[in-house]
Design a protein around this ligand. Structure first.
Ligand SMILES: [Ca+2]
Ligand SMILES: [Ca+2]
Length: 287
């Protein structure tokens, strides 16, 4: 290419750049001049839904915290596509305000497929795309896809429920005001049904024992789910010494496991428990 041609091209680029404003865009990526497409703000999340008319808890109900805006028109359709065909399967009732709303408490939305991690021939987990779709009055759309991973059960060769984000959980603990037990609070996390949890209680670092419904008591509504911020009263006993006398003080360690993923969720909680609280009530400590 001659120097003259190069300088001609540079000259044309300099002229064109301020005229178009987006000369680097591919033609197909140029926005329509007639219509601005909708914009979705928000996300999906999975939580249990407690139906107080039936007293039933629905695990893995599909929720959104989202809204959609159309700057030059109106949103005509707003909802969730669960099978990636671009067609909304569940309508969201409210698109105009950022809103936490239940999409469905049924399980029909779940349609995961087995999947392997990169470079691995084993099936490691299952996966499904869920999209929020907003369509405006001109038929233009915004689509925000989200990936949800599910537990793969190798024994029965099928996909199970969604995998919890184990890193999001954290727990804190305190000695309970009652003589024997501790309070453990889910300080961060997501609602978890007790059927999918194993709660282990260990005394002074000894072998842990499973804490079932006879051992824990929900603080809030007995909805069979441990909700974020809810403290659980967990019965524990320091045991007896060699002479058979009650031991009053011990360290209680509580660990919580997802029994489908076979993984601990959140941190260990160790609490210095004092069973002599009735004698020294001023030592109640809720911190
Ligand atoms: Ca528009
Ligand atoms: Ca669909």
């Amino acid at each position: 290419m001659t120097m003259k041609k190069v300088s001609s091209i540079i000259f044309i680029l300099i002229i064109l750049t301020p005229m178009t404003g987006c000369i680097e865009d591919e033609p197909s990526a140029q926005p329509s001049e007639e219509n601005q497409q909708p914009v979705i703000y928000g996300t999906i999340h999975l939580e249990h839904f407690f139906d107080n008319t039936t007293n039933l808890t629905h695990d893995y109900s599909l929720w959104i915290a989202a809204m959609a805006l159309d700057y030059d028109g109106v949103i005509e359709q707003f909802g969730i596509d669960v099978d990636s065909d671009g067609v909304i399967d569940y309508n969201a009732s409210n698109s105009s305000t950022y809103h936490h709303q239940l999409i469905t408490n049924e399980n029909e939305w779940m349609n995961p497929v087995p999947w392997s991690k990169f470079n691995n021939n084993n099936i490691d987990f299952c996966q499904q795309w869920i999209s929020i779709i907003a369509i405006d009055d001109k038929g233009d759309r915004d689509v925000q896809p989200f990936s949800i991973e599910f537990v793969w059960d190798d024994q029965v060769q099928m996909c199970l429920e969604p995998i919890r984000n184990l890193e999001m959980y954290s727990f804190s603990g305190a000695d309970a005001p009652a003589a024997t037990g501790v309070l453990v609070t889910m300080s961060q996390g997501g609602d978890a049904n007790f059927a999918s949890l194993d709660i282990k209680v260990s005394i002074n670092g000894g072998q842990g024992a499973n804490c079932d419904a006879t051992c824990y008591t929900e603080a809030g509504t007995a909805d069979q789910a441990w909700t974020t911020g809810e403290d659980l009263a967990i019965a524990a006993d320091c045991g007896q010494d060699a002479a058979g006398a009650d031991i009053d003080q011990c360290t209680v360690t509580v660990t919580v496991f997802d029994n489908r993923a076979n993984q601990q969720i959140g941190n260990d909680v160790s609490v210095a428990m004092d069973e002599t609280v009735l004698i020294r009530p001023m030592e109640f400590n809720f911190d």
